[in-house]
Design a protein around this ligand. Sequence first.
Ligand code: UDP
Ligand code: MG
Length: 345
Amino acid sequence: MMEPVLTIVVPCYNEEEVLPDTIDQLQWLLKDLINEALVSKQSKILLVDDGSKDRTWELIYKEGLRSDYVRGLKLSRNVGHQNALLAGLFAANELSDCVVSIDADLQDDIQVIREFINKFQKGTDIVYGVRKGRDSDTFFKRSTAQGFYKLMKKMGVDLVYNHADFRLMSKRAIEELERFKEVNMFLRGIVPLLGFKSDVVYYNRLERQAGETKYPFKKMLGFAFDGITSFSVSPIRFVLLIGFISFFMSLLFGGYFLTLKFFGHTTMGWTSLITSIWLIGGLQLIAIGLIGEYVGKIYKEAKQRPKYIVDIDSFNLPKPRHHLVNQTKEDEVFNLDFRKVSDTN
Ligand code: UDP
Ligand code: MG
């Protein structure tokens, strides 16, 4: 039996303080996994330098010369966590059966990767690392992050609760991810859209080992706003709703103001003025909301997301994705089908 080739992708932005330790720990883990015959000897660690301004690339490059397990990818400028991660996933996928992504600060428990691999071997395409608690986070980070998950859920975006970008993806899952052509890739929202068999592994999240967070409040807000606007049209719907509400309010008020007028409690001109303010306001909001609906449609079209993703096609042999996993899947699917055919014959 052949072991799967694993690549661990690590986006790094100004991480010179944590990087030496991170590389050491990941290499130890990788060597363990290789010795335990869980992954192939060709497995690698791919460090993506996201346009760092410190010695990050130097560290990566030198380690790459020294070690068989370390590869580096240097981006031409800072493109942000999500894009750096994508660059790493796509580059790694060419030479791997499965890819694990993890942050450079090792806040996520790397030992969990062993469980990721076990699940992958059993035919799971996507394994999400989910943190048990947020004790290690500051109160501020904890409440903003949890508020974010809840808000997203309300707006109809399907996220894995308390999962950051610590996950395993199979080769074919990443290949399908490449078919998502949108420029704003909000990975945590898109990966669940791939479907496929997925599972979660729980772990305790630690504190950042050294260096500072690369997600200050401003970036976090930007990230959340990006997430919402690239997944949800509910802000536009909201405008439409407000429009309808104020339109109906204007009708009610109109009636009310008219009765006032007929019983002589108003000054001249006030009734028509106040009614039309509400009426026009409501109509305008409805109009904006309607235009918004169309803009929303255009926006969905412009993203050109794939309309479906095939899991198994029993008439065409599935794309060889990974020998071990395929074996189980093929056995399941094809044996079943063939048995049926031969039984009836
Ligand atoms: N990162 C990146 N590009 C950026 C910002 C961050 O590649 O522009 C990387 C960073 O090096 C780290 C990961 O993204 O590996 C997550 O960042 P961080 O740990 O600072 O975020 P936090 O855990 O505080 O949310
Ligand atoms: Mg971190």
